[in-house]
Design a binder for this molecule. Structure first.
Ligand code: AMP
Length: 427
């Protein structure tokens, strides 16, 4: 918990942060480091977040009325919503309904993540480059769509799936089988090219991009095995075209925000733009309505601008007058340490040591009889900065090497291709 008596700047004295993963641990550290913040409360939080915030574990964070009541009770000046589920449930609407600024989109705007078909509809109306797609509700139309686009097949569950509802496979039978388990699915054209995550802070009118980052979705080295919530990330991207952010703001972000506003759901919060850099230019793979995890960890490690003041400006429509963002020089790398069996069947309850060093962010951890134990699939996000990507990578893996957790696994190739200069954007 932050001690009282620090300077009070922009009126963002008391902050409520929702969530319990490493993304929220990174956000909590950023919020706590802002000199304007005197009190940080996290719900439910985790043992890492408890080092910098007072925890309020009892509240159901997907219950809009309960969150709004807590925000009123603690006199919050700002509510920051980490994960997507509360946003899709309408938590930001309920908080704003009490007159409290909230960093996060309304339920209507959060459909940009909550419904893949809604996102496709918005993109089509806004003329945003993305994969051609079909929405299918039965196996006959699914089969027709698979044959229309050909392999590799991309099949996405329509609703929220914590990053795990997508199957990309050369196997037509596996694609059909996934479609059958999902009910309503989006089947789309495969986009070939390196992936980029661009986070854009939005205040309903203005939009401010963070640094392009890359994450690693597959569980195994060399992008093998099933998709996960994310096994690592790095920023900045030494191989990306220098005008990438400008291009994406012009071709994707501004048209999408304008289309959402036209539909009566102007966007406040962070818009996560997941892109593939294809031979035809950047194309949207997905939108999310919150920071990505683990990309948020590298962004927060590099961001020097006071975070609470920045997110408060976004939540109160004042991003346009906020000073330009300041970034630390160098690079940041995050490597996720996952529990045995993740992602299929994570083993929990194992004792963790080595998680108390700066940069070791808690994702799925808990305290049991005083000991730190694993409590989820992704357990820790080891995050380090360095003068360049190679140095940041070495420092992140040093943190990983210092962690002990029975049966845990991690990728050994996070940011490796970028360090070796092997990432190529198709011409
Ligand atoms: P999503 O949940 O939509 O981000 O999809 C998860 C992952 O599946 C992405 O990060 C990509 O690696 C992959 N993916 C999704 N859609 C496509 C696509 N149209 N083409 C190629 N890869 C895709």
């Amino acid at each position: 918990m932050i001690s009282a008596g620090r300077g009070v700047g922009c009126g963002v004295v008391r902050v409520l942060l929702l969530g319990s993963g490493a993304r929220e641990h990174a956000l909590a550290e950023g919020l706590a480091a802002d000199p304007a913040v005197r009190s940080l409360i996290a719900a439910p939080g985790n043992p890492g977040i408890a080092e910098v915030a007072a925890l309020h574990p009892g509240v159901e964070i997907t219950d809009p009325a309960a969150v709004a009541a807590l925000a009123v009770e603690i006199g919050a000046d700002l509510v920051v919503v980490g994960p997507e589920a509360p946003l899709v449930a309408g938590v930001a609407d309920a908080v704003r309904g009490k007159g409290i600024p909230c960093f996060g989109p309304s339920a209507a705007a959060a459909r940009i993540e909550g419904s893949k078909s809604f996102a496709k509809e918005v993109m089509a109306a806004a003329g945003v480059p993305t994969a051609r797609a079909r929405v299918c509700t039965d196996s006959a139309t699914a089969a027709t769509a698979l044959d229309e686009f050909g392999p590799p097949y991309v099949v996405k569950a329509d609703g929220l799936a914590a990053g795990k509802g997508v199957v990309v496979t050369p196997d037509r039978d596996a694609a059909l089988a996934h479609a059958a388990t999902c009910g309503r699915v989006v089947i789309e054209e495969y986009l070939a090219g390196p992936e980029v995550s661009l986070f854009v802070l939005c205040d309903g009118t203005a939009a401010v991009p963070l640094l392009p980052a890359q994450d690693f979705k597959r569980v195994g080295d060399g992008d093998t095995g099933p998709n996960t919530g994310g096994m690592g990330a790095y920023a900045p991207l030494p191989w990306a075209p220098p005008d990438l952010t400008e291009q994406v703001m012009a071709s994707v972000v501004h048209p999408t925000l304008a289309e959402l506003a036209r539909r009566g759901c102007a966007y406040t919060g962070v818009l996560y733009v997941g892109l593939a850099l294809t031979a035809r230019g950047p194309a949207v793979i997905e939108f999310n309505c919150r920071f990505g995890d683990p990309e948020a960890e590298v962004e927060m490690a590099l961001l020097e601008t006071p975070l609470a003041t920045l997110l408060h400006a976004a939540a109160t429509g004042r991003l346009g007058s906020h000073p330009p963002l300041r970034w630390r020089p160098g690079a940041a790398v995050t490597v996720v340490v996952a529990s045995a069996g993740y992602p299929a069947s994570p083993h929990t309850g194992d004792v963790i040591t080595g998680a108390d060093r700066p940069g070791v962010l808690h994702a799925g951890t808990a305290r049991r009889d005083g000991a730190l134990v694993s409590a989820g699939g992704r357990v820790l996000a080891c995050t380090a900065t360095g003068a360049d990507l190679a140095a940041a990578r070495a420092a992140a893996y040093e943190l990983v090497d210092g962690v002990s957790l029975a049966g845990s696994h991690h990728r050994t190739d996070i940011a490796l291709a970028a360090v070796r200069g092997e990432v190529r954007v198709p011409a």
